[in-house]
Design a protein around this ligand. Structure first.
Ligand SMILES: NC(=O)c1ccc[n+]([C@@H]2O[C@H](COP(=O)([O-])OP(=O)(O)OC[C@H]3O[C@@H](n4cnc5c(N)ncnc54)[C@H](O)[C@@H]3O)[C@@H](O)[C@H]2O)c1
Length: 351
């Protein structure tokens, strides 16, 4: 069996929030990156400005839809990736407001990516390539008590299309990677809510980003949860680090294909909305953040629990989130100041 593959790294959903940070990190490591996304708005990448400029020749954009197998096969055929970060998805609110499309993108789209990878490797008689996948805390379901620690192998009983798709993909990834088949080398992380500059509007947890971003941009923000609501949150730079570390991990140490990644801790708990507000006010001053509970959204936020990432620590040496709340807000501010054009890529405010 040959191990020859191309030189490019494929990022599906590469125009998005996490995809753009990942692309920038990979470009800086010298990788050639192919962004595959149905959204051709690349301002989250080009908005890195002078930081992006030296690397732009290393970047290719392909507009396409992962839910169409022909599009997905074509990108593999043309660009011969040596690895895949599969981030293309409809997030929770999008998948819930249109469950048919949620199924098509999140489940069928991911099956297409796995199939394209399998066919690509088999056709070349080559070793399986890595397919990195971000699953979610929402895959565990809605029966979890606030603050409850969710272990890596806890029962997953999601009630949303988003969560249901993620669990199905986790199991599909294990199937495709099983010793008997070895069609792909699937590796996944389960993130809590990921926050950072230029996050899109698609999740029920987006208030945690907007409570920081809006005041730092000089705007008021009314949070839709109560001040004492706690939410497991992870800064996007730690999320990228987790994806890259698991990607590079020695397969001999990996006893699982899917790993919980815990967010920022305040003592043993996730930060409350009041604590986020206090951290923001240290930089933005008081008054910008108010609270008005939207019961439906708030009820969803209360059912997530907090992730226990001891399996990731044991198996591949994950050290936990490196950004605490104050460091997150300070770095968020630095990102907004340095890359204001990235914010223009999102249609969010006032929506
Ligand atoms: N943001 C979070 O808090 C969070 C938490 C856990 C897991 N995740 C996962 O991380 C991944 C990236 O999330 P994000 O926050 O960057 O979201 P995002 O919405 O910013 O990015 C998703 C990208 O996928 C693209 N996309 C959607 N449908 C597509 C299709 N049919 N074909 C091609 N591209 C398509 C979108 O255009 C977008 O650019 C997703 O899989 C998401 O479920 C995110």
């Amino acid at each position: 069996m040959s191990t020859m593959h191309g030189q490019k790294v494929l990022i599906t959903g590469g125009s998005g929030f996490i995809g753009s940070y990942l692309a920038m990190a990979l470009l800086k490591k010298g990788e050639h990156v192919v962004l595959f996304d149905r959204d051709p708005d690349l301002r989250r990448i080009t908005g890195f400005g002078a930081q992006f400029e030296p690397f732009k020749k290393q970047l290719t954009f392909v507009q396409g839809d992962i839910s169409l197998l022909a599009h997905t096969l074509a990108v593999f055929d043309k660009h011969e990736p040596k690895g895949v970060f599969h981030l293309g998805a409809l997030l929770s609110a999008g998948a819930e407001s249109n469950p048919t499309m949620g199924f098509q993108v999140d489940l069928v789209g991911t099956w297409n990516v796995l199939e394209a990878t399998r066919l690509y490797c088999q056709h070349r008689n080559a070793a399986p390539i890595k397919v990195m996948f971000p699953s979610t805390i929402a895959s565990f379901g809605s029966f979890i008590a606030p603050g409850q620690k969710v272990k890596n192998e806890d029962v997953q009983m999601p009630t949303t299309m988003y969560g249901t798709s993620k669990v199905a993909v986790e199991r599909l990834g294990e199937y495709y990677s099983a010793q008997a088949r070895q069609w792909v080398d699937f590796r996944a992380v389960r993130f809590p809510s990921v926050l950072g500059a230029a996050r899109g509007p698609g999740g029920t947890t987006v208030y945690s980003t907007l409570m920081i971003q809006e005041p730092l941009l000089g705007k008021a923000y009314e949070a839709y949860v109560a001040e004492d609501t706690r939410l497991d949150i992870l800064y996007v730079k730690d999320a990228i680090e987790a994806l890259m570390q698991l990607h590079d991990a020695d397969p001999a140490t990996l006893r699982r294909r899917v790993y919980n990644i815990a967010g920022i801790r305040s003592g043993d708990q996730a930060p409350s909305a009041a604590e986020i507000k206090a951290a923001v006010e240290k930089i933005a001053g008081p008054g910008a953040i108010t609270f008005k509970v939207n019961q439906t959204l708030s009820d969803i936020v209360h059912t997530f629990g907090i992730l226990d990432d001891s399996a990731a620590r044991e198996d591949w040496g994950w050290k936990g989130a490196s950004f605490n709340l104050d460091q997150t807000v300070a770095d968020f501010k630095a990102e907004l100041d340095a890359f204001p054009d990235r914010i223009k890529a999102i249609e969010l405010f006032g929506a």
